[in-house]
Design a protein. Structure first.
Length: 347
């Protein structure tokens, strides 16, 4: 078996695969940075541990106290951050490629609000379990996706309407979420409000398993349909001429993106702006034709893990929700992004 790598193409037994050395280098760099952040995050807390002690615990050579702190208390929180950030980064990359708009992300378009509506119904009305909340978030997000898709692409609609329709639907869902909280008992209202902040506090292996299984199922599906994104970029007529089922491919990618965002929202509550910023930051580093799904996933994981580390280091006594930090950073990023686009004459 021989493999020939020519420029940016890998040929293996008659098959050709696009190979982008810069994107690969960026992905490797993000993985290394994430590993460093993870080690410091696992050592942060009331019982501080050195990087060496953390590594010893992870490889099975730690003390019983260090093993308990790292593997039982802190590791589930870190893995939840990494998996949720990865899911949001991939979700944002898919939507931004589909809409052709750098503002296309589940929180801007409104999918996150729909997921929050479904989850809030489970919290305030049904009083459901973690799995019920996850199911409600998934159903709410998918129902929102179907509504926005029908309004944006029905009767000859175009992708440029997708973001605008989503913003309008999201505004209505935000009002619905506020209504659900005001009509709930004070205990349910407090629980719902705490969940809406988006937090990694108290996250355990149940959340890790939930989002881990979702990623294991949805990433291969997204990867399969993502190969059609380059053809969709050529326009619907050209993609159809090349044999792509445009409507089916677009809808399947939207559903996959929404499902990733919904499961991430169910695990932690809404985490704002990670899905918006991660694909664009990854794109600027990789300088590819569009936000790559896997590179964006690694960037999202790094952003959320780094935000959580910052929250723990800067506010050790307040248990500040990580969603608050990402909201502040995301707002600053959005201002910078719009200012940059204006200087470049594209806004």
């Amino acid at each position: 078996m021989s493999t020939l790598i020519t420029g940016r193409v890998v040929r293996l037994r008659g098959y050709s695969v696009r190979f982008d050395p810069r994107a690969l280098a960026v992905a490797v760099g993000l993985v290394v940075a994430l590993a460093v952040v993870s080690v410091f995050s696992l050592g942060t807390g009331d019982f501080a541990l050195s990087p060496g002690a953390v590594i010893d615990s992870l490889v099975g050579d730690g003390t019983p106290i260090a093993d308990f702190i790292v593997q039982t208390i802190r590791l589930p929180r870190l893995l939840t951050a990494v998996l949720v950030g990865g899911a949001l980064g991939a979700s944002g990359a898919i939507l931004q490629r589909l809409s052709g708009n750098p503002l296309g992300s589940p929180d801007i378009i409104g999918f996150t609000y729909g997921s929050a509506t479904g989850a809030l119904i489970m919290i305030t009305v049904v009083h459901g379990s973690m799995m019920a909340i996850a199911g409600g978030a998934l159903v709410g997000g998918l129902a929102t996706a179907v509504l926005i898709y029908a309004l944006a692409f029905g009767r000859g609609g175009v992708a440029s309407r997708f973001v605008l329709v989503g913003i309008g639907v999201g505004a209505m869902l935000l009002s619905a979420n506020s209504y659900l909280i005001t009509r709930a008992s004070w205990q349910d209202a407090l629980a719902a409000q705490a969940w809406l902040f988006g937090t990694l506090n108290g996250r355990g292996w149940q959340q890790v398993i939930l989002i881990g299984v979702a990623i294991a199922v949805l990433f291969p599906i997204a990867g399969y349909f993502a190969r059609k994104l380059a053809l969709l970029d050529l326009g619907d007529d050209m993609a159809r001429a090349l044999g792509v089922g445009v409507d089916w491919a677009r809808f399947a990618l939207i559903v996959t993106s929404v499902a990733l965002a919904a499961f991430a929202t169910a695990a932690t509550g809404p985490i704002w702006f990670v899905a918006l910023a991660a694909p664009q930051l990854a794109h600027r580093l990789a300088r590819g034709g569009g936000p790559g799904m896997m590179t964006s996933a690694w960037m999202g994981a790094l952003l959320l893990a780094l935000s959580d580390l910052g929250v723990q280091r800067l506010f050790p006594d307040t248990q500040l929700p990580v969603g608050t930090a990402t909201g502040v950073l995301g707002g600053l990023y959005l201002i910078w992004f719009l200012a940059t686009r204006r200087r470049e004459g594209r806004a």
